[in-house]
Design a protein around this ligand. Sequence first.
Ligand code: C2E
Ligand code: CA
Ligand code: CA
Ligand code: CA
Length: 277
Amino acid sequence: SAMFEAKANNQSIRLFHQDIHHHLTRSLEIEQGIKRALEQDLFELALQPKFMLEDMSLCGYEALLRWHDPILGTVRPDVFIAIAERVNLGKVLDAWVLNKVFEQIHLWRQQGYDPKPVAVNITANHFADAGLFKLVQLCARTHEVPLDCIALEITEGAAMGNSPVIIDNLRAFRQQGVKVAIDDFGTGYSSLGYLKDLPVALLKIDKVFVQELENSRTYGLVNAMIAMADAVGLEVLAEGIETERQRDILKRMGCDQGQGYVYAKPMSLKEIEKSLA
Ligand code: C2E
Ligand code: CA
Ligand code: CA
Ligand code: CA
């Protein structure tokens, strides 16, 4: 039986190596795919509406990347964004999304629509880059759209970085009326005591908490997050609201805004345009 175990071990080591090999190959394919998709303009944007919990009125959108690749198939954004961030393609992707968003807002404004602010997700290290504000400003000028037609979302982890440039960027955006949200709030172990001093407007409570509201500890945690955000004058949005029950609980807790399938899924630009008309 000792021999059997040795064999079994060898087998699992081989499988383990195959796993790693497969993983690395896939990462490399995706990295090359991102560059190709940028050149061939294969990325698309979906917009997901955000609502005020109080009266269900629309209050903005979030831009979400979509990639259906002819060779790689559909690649999920959390997968390719993580790879892009690792191989230094995050800033290029951000620039693509910003440009696309301003271009679309320009077209809608030309058609006489005045869409609510579209929030753009910014990749991990970009907020620590002194060029970010200028990039956004240039994009806005190029498309002749006021800066405050967009908003920004940065993850809790990225906001916690200790570069003073992060604060400079946050201040510059605030001065121009661009609201910045802390994304995936609650997953990054930061203290609200620290966040209260950041010049941000909104906390987005991550969907893992919303989907676990039936759990009494999670309920208590979310309730506390909303109360504390309120106490320091920040707005709160809960993401991933899928049921009316979750929506009602969050509304009762005093959560300001909501986003999720119970209201609307991410929609194509065409679908959004129809809803504007
Ligand atoms: P995120 O920023 O936390 O975005 C929320 C995710 O939740 C989106 O997934 C959205 O489609 C999904 N979602 C919305 N409502 C519901 C709901 O009711 N239930 C459930 N289960 N999910 C819901 P998506 O589009 O797959 O994006 C995943 C992540 O990829 C995003 O998480 C964000 O971190 C990243 N991402 C997506 N687009 C971009 C982008 O343009 N730039 C950057 N930097 N990151 C992006
Ligand atoms: Ca987001
Ligand atoms: Ca999230
Ligand atoms: Ca409030």
